[in-house]
Design a protein around this ligand. Structure first.
Ligand code: BTN
Length: 246
């Protein structure tokens, strides 16, 4: 049985779970109606208004979690949320490498996985998922954001979507531990919004462009550039389509 902590309001479900990671069991989840300081990748904010979506995080403290497979947790989250959104809508949900879910070229979901070491050993990971479900609009500074409701008309139960995603996350995490990261890559590649497209990868001042070719066994993305193949690691780069978001 999973321990689930429901909160009306919190700064960030990731931050809260990180604070209590030492005292709660593996699999503990925090689900909030509202985040006052929701966090995105690369220091961005995540808009988390009440009723508009599922904002939640899960703690992974499993002895099978290693520095080698921890990068696969973001794929477990993406596959889990894509499954749930597909079940609700009947629509194929695409995964924009490494951590966005996309429908009609718009971003429905983002994932932020963080981890901590203790004495050189990977001690815990917190995986946070934000799924835009019922929002009717987004501010103009988020031109690529959309909700499932905006794209399909479907209104969802935010807590149920979170719980269903957490169940599927567990299944994919077992797959990661038992069969390795490659087994997840085999599932992600056919529903990738990134592979085969011309992309721009930005890491601070550094930038490269090329065609996204394939995912490598460690989960990084291989980009064919004019100067040859270059692999980029999730967590370090922002990848955008050359002509828009994907
Ligand atoms: C991104 O696309 O940049 C990642 C967004 C991750 C948002 C989720 S919402 C639940 C969890 N708590 C946070 O503060 N962030 C993640």
């Amino acid at each position: 049985m999973r321990q689930v902590i429901y909160l009306d309001s919190v700064d960030s479900t990731n931050s809260r779970l990180k604070q209590i990671a030492g005292t709660v069991p593996n699999g503990t989840a925090v689900i909030a109606d509202l985040q006052t300081a929701g966090r995105g990748r690369l220091g961005r904010n995540w808009l988390s208004r009440p009723g508009d979506g599922a904002w939640f995080s899960v703690l992974v403290k499993d002895e099978r979690l290693t520095p080698e497979n921890a990068g696969g947790l973001v794929f477990c989250c993406a596959l889990a949320a894509a499954d749930v959104l597909k079940e609700i809508s009947g629509r194929e949900i695409l995964i924009k490498w490494p951590n966005d879910l996309v429908l009609n070229g718009k971003k429905l979901c983002g994932i932020l996985c963080e981890s901590g070491y203790n004495g050189g050993r990977l001690d815990w990971a917190v995986c946070g998922i934000g799924i835009n479900l019922n929002a009717e609009s987004f501010p103009p500074d988020l031109p690529y954001a959309a909700s499932l409701r905006m794209e399909t008309g479907i209104v969802s139960d935010c807590r149920k979507v979170a719980l269903d995603t957490l169940d599927k996350f567990d299944t994919y995490a077992q797959m990661l531990y038992n069969q390795g990261l490659n087994s997840l890559i085999d599932l992600i590649s056919p529903i990738s919004a990134t592979l085969g497209r011309e992309v721009r990868a930005v890491n601070g001042e550094k930038e490269l462009t090329g065609v996204a070719e394939r995912l490598l066994p460690d989960g990084s993305l291989l980009i064919a550039t004019a100067d040859g193949p270059v692999s980029v690691r999730a967590g370090e780069v922002s990848v955008r389509g050359l002509y828009g978001y994907i």
